[in-house]
Design a protein around this ligand. Structure first.
Ligand SMILES: O=C(O)c1cc(=O)[nH]c(=O)n1[C@@H]1O[C@H](COP(=O)(O)O)[C@@H](O)[C@H]1O
Length: 300
């Protein structure tokens, strides 16, 4: 299959629709508000309804895998059909699976979420680097080979993460590079930047994205994390239900963040909202209006 690099496709989608990524998070409370049962049929109608309403109106959709997985095989079937709908409708997806394991197992996760022809293949997947970023190589490599992407957790939106992600780590010291102390979150970003630099311009261009949450108050070029060398997209959860605002996106990532670019060659910056947008449903027009309003605030 021929396709452009994930980041190129994401940039085009952001240029067409605005930077917002909408999470497909079928929480029981939302199912009930939409008049649906909290079972696999309800989850499927909810998730496929979001795709139907928003395909052609949003740059990226992010199904939350946990909320399908909880229903076992029927839930995963619903997720398969949701991803198939999105593929057919031409809307980009990132499966929010937050996978990360030892390399040999990671190869299985990589094929499951990023492999051509895999039932659950999405355009990108979220990954956790806390078994060591090197352990994620099978997924980073498969993303390069297939024109897909990964978003690796660097600084997440939840306050409990600070103890691990803000710890200081010794990095470098091999291959002649000097040893230096870096915040763990920065060391993740630096590793992704190295990966992207090695694959610039091809099918893997910018395939290694970072997750940088909106709500921890210390993102962006002025406040610690240096994203300028990343050379890839940034997924920014925390908008809406977790308290983040479009103004916070601009404050954290600079004015360029709001328009979906970052640094000289980085980005796009893609803020995420699930619950705040989804509460506007199930009416398709109301969902589109909520997305339009948020995109307007992000770019205005
Ligand atoms: O990887 C993610 O998407 C993610 C990372 C993070 O740091 N924080 C975070 O909230 N998320 C996900 O983003 C979504 C946010 O949902 P809302 O808070 O409803 O907008 C959920 O599916 C979270 O699992």
């Amino acid at each position: 299959m021929t396709r452009a690099a994930f980041r190129t496709r994401l940039r085009d989608a952001v240029a067409a629709h605005g930077p917002l990524c909408v999470g497909i998070d079928p929480h029981p409370g939302l199912l009930s508000a939409w008049g649906l049962d909290a079972d696999a049929a309800g989850v499927e109608r909810f998730a496929r309804g979001v795709v139907e309403a928003l395909a052609g109106h949003v740059a990226l959709l992010k199904p939350q895998v946990a909320l399908f997985e909880v229903l076992g095989s029927a839930g995963l079937g619903a997720l398969e059909r949701t991803l198939a709908d999105a593929r057919e409708a031409g809307v980009l997806t990132v499966a929010d699976a937050k996978r990360g394991d030892i390399g040999s197992t990671m190869a299985g996760y990589a094929r499951a979420w990023l492999g051509d022809g895999a039932p659950l293949a999405a355009d990108a997947v979220t990954l956790s680097p806390y078994l060591g970023i090197g352990a994620l190589a099978p997924a980073l490599d498969l993303a390069v080979a297939t024109g897909r992407g990964v978003f690796v957790l660097a600084r997440t939106s939840n306050p409990e993460a600070a103890g691990v992600q803000s710890a200081q780590a010794w990095v470098g010291g091999s291959g002649g590079s000097p040893r230096a102390v870096r915040e763990v979150a920065q060391s993740v970003i630096d590793a992704l930047a190295d990966h992207n630099a090695a694959h610039a311009g091809g099918l893997g261009d910018g395939s290694a994205g970072a997750v940088v949450g909106l709500t921890r108050g210390t993102t962006g070029r002025d406040h610690g994390l240096d994203l300028d060398a990343l050379g890839g997209p940034v997924l920014v959860p925390g908008l809406g239900a977790q308290g983040g605002t479009p103004g916070d996106v601009a404050a954290a990532f600079g004015a360029s963040g709001a328009t979906g670019t970052l640094g000289a060659a980085g980005g796009p910056v893609v803020p995420v909202s699930a619950r705040e947008v989804l509460t506007a449903g199930p009416d398709h027009g109301a969902l589109r209006a909520a997305v339009g309003a948020l995109n307007g605030s992000l770019t205005g």
